[in-house]
Design a protein around this ligand. Structure first.
Ligand code: ATP
Ligand code: MG
Length: 563
């Protein structure tokens, strides 16, 4: 429970809860909920709400419900319900038996609506949305209100029932709360409660011809579930008086709503409707594309749930609007993978090296460490032979002075990681001038760990033995947008800012042979290159596919000279 010495590290919502528990408000209980609308996959912003709601329930010995706010049948789908559940579980949270749906409350909500009509607090309006809005006024100017505002209760009851029966076309009638057409809060100017929608609902089928608005469903759903602390993002602050008005008018359990600022990240969009556009217009390969900020995309990219929870905690809970640097997210996964990912050697742009003085047909097994960050990770063996691959850009025909470049060049020396020092003596080119092969000699007495050669070299490069190397496809992902705020320019479509280099596919990477048994989702550090994971959908033992999760360093910061 609460630790008084820990007071300063509490966020403002924890402070509220601790005070409420002390005052025995809400029966000294904490009962939260995570209320997604199943109209898309969850994104990184939702992780903040999930960690907050489930985290508070855990911390204060309370409960957290999962509730699907499924009041808009046109946009919702059971596929989204399933993905949302999978993502929450993946992050490590559990709602137990408490899986609820706003659609479970449709009967109750209908009864609530009838109750408000009978109390003359709601009426059936016949104005179109446009016509009503024209009479709604402005924040500084009272609205006139609908001519149907004062229609007799009996008439509204009759029309509302006929709306339910499906007698009317969509858009012809709407049930409105009768609140205050002069309120400075526009949400209190007779908001809609029910609209006619002849859409098929993924749970209630064709039973309903009318559906409650989000505003008429959300607060009551909280109330019906006896939620104590209803936590939502800042944009709902202005809706709070309306939720409270309904609760009061219906005399039902009051949940206490507190708003916090959304998680927003630069170079990213966190809005389901925008993400849906990227999917539908095929700018990405589905919701689970590794470039998407969806939880399923991040998972496929190689993010761990621990790194996402860690990131969300670092961003904190406040009421201040802010934009988080995406490098903080990238750093969280880098830090976690640095601790847990085995080191392996992979050459993404291979060039062949012949070690001319190494005996033909000889294969030597050399020992190399699995993870210097993990004392228990141990060692493994790697084959070394006369023909190896190194990275093309580890050789320069005309290398700059040594200060900048310690790798291979004509008559230059370099150490092969966990193996020998080699010196480049010759190289071959094709007709276009591309270097095709390097000829090097090795120093037999320079073997790593037992080097008696006395030769000093500054550079160490990775390599794989050619005969034993396995082929793989490697997908290099980068940020999906190349501007910090893709939604910032209202004149332009955010899709104009898609980074054209956000995916590069390498089809002929060469990996060390230990990777042949790598399983879907396995994560590795390809030494000197970054963190990579086996793709969970496309990789097969006969055709391995790896995704780059993140580079070893923040390459964007370097390019932009930021740090
Ligand atoms: P979107 O704008 O992406 O469609 P939403 O708010 O409509 O998001 P919901 O499914 O209604 O999506 O969200 C479920 C819960 O997650 C809500 O309580 C919402 O406030 C919260 N949430 C959504 N986006 C964020 C975010 N970026 N940061 C923190 N919480 C968020
Ligand atoms: Mg929403």
């Amino acid at each position: 429970m609460s630790n008084p010495e820990n007071k300063t590290s509490l966020n403002f919502i924890e402070n509220i809860i601790e005070q409420d528990l002390k005052d025995e408000k809400h029966g000294a209980k904490v009962h939260t909920r995570f209320p997604p609308e199943p109209n898309g996959f969850l994104h990184i912003g939702h992780a903040k709400s999930i960690c907050l709601n489930f985290g508070l329930a855990q911390k204060y010995g309370g409960l957290c419900n999962l509730r699907f706010d499924d009041t808009n049948p046109a946009k919702e789908d059971v596929r989204y319900v399933d993905s949302i559940k999978e993502d929450i579980r993946w992050l490590g949270f559990d709602w137990g038996e408490r899986e609820y749906y706003a659609s479970d409350y449709f009967d109750t909500l209908y009864d609530f609506a009838v109750q408000l009509i009978k109390a003359d607090k709601a009426y059936v309006d016949e104005l179109s949305t446009e016509a009503f809005n024209a009479l709604k006024g402005t924040p500084t100017e009272p609205g006139k209100g609908s001519p149907f505002r004062n229609r007799p209760v009996e008439e509204s009851l009759d029309l509302f029932e006929r709306m339910k029966k499906g007698e009317f076309e969509e858009g012809t009638y709407v049930l409105r709360a009768k609140i205050d057409m002069a309120s400075p809060n526009m949400h209190l100017r007779d908001p809609g409660m029910y609209r006619i929608k002849k859409a098929h609902h993924h749970r209630t089928g064709d039973t309903w011809k009318i559906y409650p608005t989000y505003d008429f469903a959300h607060g009551q759903s909280d109330s019906l579930e006896k939620i104590t602390h209803s936590l939502c993002t800042l944009e709902f602050e202005v809706h709070r008086p309306l939720y409270n008005w309904f609760i009061k008018a219906l005399e039902i359990h009051p949940s206490e709503q507190t708003e916090f600022s959304r998680l927003e990240i630069n170079y990213t969009v966190t809005s389901k409707s925008k993400l849906l556009q990227l999917v539908e217009e095929k700018h990405v390969n589905g919701w689970e594309d590794p470039r998407m900020p969806t939880l399923s995309g991040l998972r496929r990219r190689g993010y761990t749930p621990e790194s996402i929870v860690d990131f969300v905690q670092k961003t904190g809970i406040t009421k201040r609007k802010s934009i988080t640097d995406v490098s903080l997210l990238e750093n969280s996964v880098r830090e976690h993978l640095n601790r847990i990912a085995p080191r392996v050697m992979a050459v993404l742009d291979p060039i062949k090296v012949i070690i001319t003085n190494y005996p033909e047909g000889q294969i030597e097994e050399l020992s190399t460490e699995n993870n210097p960050e993990d004392a228990e990770a141990g060692q493994r063996m790697m084959p070394f032979s006369r023909e190896i691959y190194i990275e093309r850009d580890d050789f320069l025909e005309n290398p700059p002075p040594p200060k900048k470049f310690y790798r291979l060049g004509p008559q230059r020396l370099v150490r092969l990681k966990s193996a020998y020092i080699i010196e480049c003596e010759n190289y071959l080119k094709d007709e276009q001038g591309n270097i095709t092969e390097l000829h090097c000699k090795y120093f037999p007495d320079s073997k790593s760990g037992e080097d008696t050669s006395g030769i000093k070299v500054k550079g160490t490069i990775h390599w794989v033995s050619a005969a034993q190397a396995i082929d793989a496809e490697v997908r290099l992902y980068d940020r999906l947008f190349n501007v910090e705020d893709p939604l910032g320019d209202k004149e332009k479509d955010f899709k104009e800012f898609i980074n054209p280099d956000s995916l590069k596919i390498i089809t002929d990477a060469k990996l060390e042979p230990s990777l042949k048994d790598a399983k879907a989702g396995d994560k590795f550090q390809f030494q000197r290159l970054g963190y990579f994971c086996v793709d969970i959908y496309d990789s097969k033992p006969s055709h391995l596919v790896f995704n780059r999760t993140v580079t070893l360093k923040d390459t964007w910061a370097k390019e932009q000279g930021k740090h």
